[in-house]
Every structure is written in C-alpha cells, then in structure tokens.
Design a binder for this molecule. Structure first.
Ligand code: OOG
Ligand code: MG
Length: 263
C-alpha cells in the first residue's frame, strides 16, 4: 500500500469521526487489504489528525482481548488504540452521546503501571509484569466504530483507533495483588435489567495476559509504555448498545461501581 492511500484512509476515518457519520469499512471503500503493520501506520496518521485539532492522547487501550468478542466481531487477534483526554467522562454523571454514531458499552479492568516499560526491558511473563503494576481500577468503555453496523476486518478496526470514543473510570484504586483479577466479576445493567456479565478470565484468560500482549506489541515497535495512566485491558463481556435515556449501572465484585445516564 502506498503512502497516499494510507493518508486517504486516515482522512476518511477522521472525517467520519468529526461528522458523526458512519461509513463503509475502509477495505471495501478503497478496495484494498490492510495488513496489521499498515493498519497501525494508518492509525498513527489518524491520531496525528486528531492531535492537530488540539486533542491529546490520554492512554493506550486494548481491544478484542476476549474470545467472545473476537468471535462477535469475527477477528482473531487483540488490538490496541488510544483514548484521548476529550473522551473521558465522569462517573455518576449524564453522558452526552451527540458525538457518537452508535455507542455500545463494555465493562473493563484497567491497570496502572508504577513506571514505564521500556522497549528493551525483559518482561517475559505475567509474574515479571506484575512487579511493574501500581494499582487496578474498573472502567466502562463507550465504543463507537466509525463503520456501518460495526462491520470491519482487523485492519479496518485498528486503522479506526479501535473504535475508541469514550470511557468512564472509577476513582477507587485497588492495589494490584489485593484481588483476584481473573475471578473479578462485572454485572452490567441497563434500566435495571442485567444485559451482560463476565469475569476477568474473559480478558485473554487474565487481564495481565492482555497487558503482556500490549507490552510485546510496544516493544516490537520500540515504544515505551507509559506509567500513571489507566490502561483498559478489553471488554469482559460482549458490547451492548445504549440509547438516550438509558440508565447504566455496572457493579464489580471488588472494584468500584460505575453508573451514568446516557443523554
Ligand atoms: C473494537 C473495540 C474493542 C474491546 O474492549 O474489546 C474494544 C470494537 O469492538 O468495535 O474496545
Ligand atoms: Mg474496549
């Protein structure tokens, strides 16, 4: 794929996001395959366009880490993308979804590192990764693919910044090691009805395995993984659609409750 096509795809996705207008997946619209490497290059171009608007990156995030979600979206690998500070929403608030096309919510476990993980550090397993962790917290991501009906290939969704558009974090920080992340359960209710539930085990068998995937992807690309920001490890359940008026409540066994109203 030539550089012009990468720039055109980034611009196509940028305009869709700015205008809140869903579009055909890039691989169909531009009649091209997108390899994983090309997809992350396009994602970088898209992030640059968003930064030129004055928006700043808040934290990286993982996606498609649960076997259930991989199956739902018909893909076979986790991915990563970025939350911008403009995407952060308050817990216990009303969330204006005007900027969204077709929001869906997913409960997540987020992990905060004590110190950066550099490209050449030897982090081979979750035991060595655990030593780098400061604390964990609950999150609810509000995703919003720019693609019609969330219909995409792996290359498409990576290029589209992993469907990022919103996130709510709990302010309850739980020391890593104080709870069993694999067993931690989230129950997601909309208007009082349970819509989805799942545990940390759904996140790549353990949220730390998901984070390890990100560490490896970053190290392969010579990037340093930042400390002190919550890194979402991916949905613990399938994503569920929300609409204005919905009251969302997600309770976790040990992590903090997250609730908000969709407007
Ligand atoms: C891609 C984003 C997936 C997650 O937690 O799995 C994601 C999508 O499903 O649109 O953020
Ligand atoms: Mg997510």
């Amino acid at each position: 794929m030539n550089d012009q096509l990468k720039a055109d795809i980034a611009q196509y996705l940028y305009q869709a996001e700015r205008q809140g207008q869903d579009v055909d997946k890039a691989t169909s619209h531009f009649d091209t395959d997108i390899s994983l490497e090309e997809a992350y290059e396009i994602q970088d171009l898209l992030l640059n366009l968003m930064k030129e608007d004055g928006r700043s990156i808040f934290a990286p995030k993982l996606g498609l880490t649960s076997p259930g979600k991989m199956e739902q979206m018909n893909v076979d690998s986790p991915i990563y993308g970025y939350l911008f500070d403009s995407m952060l929403e308050e817990n216990e608030s009303k969330i204006d979804t005007n900027r969204f096309i077709h929001p869906k919510i997913e409960p997540e476990i987020a992990i905060v590192l004590k110190e950066a993980i550099e490209p050449h550090e030897a982090i081979e397993d979750i035991e060595s990764l655990a030593k780098k962790i400061d604390y964990v917290l609950s999150a609810v991501e509000i995703i919003d693919s720019r693609y019609i009906d969330f219909n995409f290939t792996l290359g498409d969704v990576i290029a589209d910044n992993a469907s990022s558009q919103g996130a709510v974090f709990s302010d309850q920080k739980v020391p890593y090691g104080a709870i069993d992340l694999k067993a931690e359960k989230a129950v997601m209710k909309i208007n009082g009805q349970v819509k989805a539930e799942g545990t940390g085990e759904n996140v790549y068998h353990h949220p730390l395995n998901a984070l390890l995937f990100l560490v490896k992807a970053y190290q392969e690309r010579g990037k340093s993984l930042p400390p002190a920001v919550p890194i979402m490890t991916g949905g613990m359940t399938q994503a569920v659609e929300v609409k204005p008026g919905d009251q969302v409540e997600v309770t976790y066994d040990k992590l903090g409750r997250i609730a908000f109203e969709i407007q």
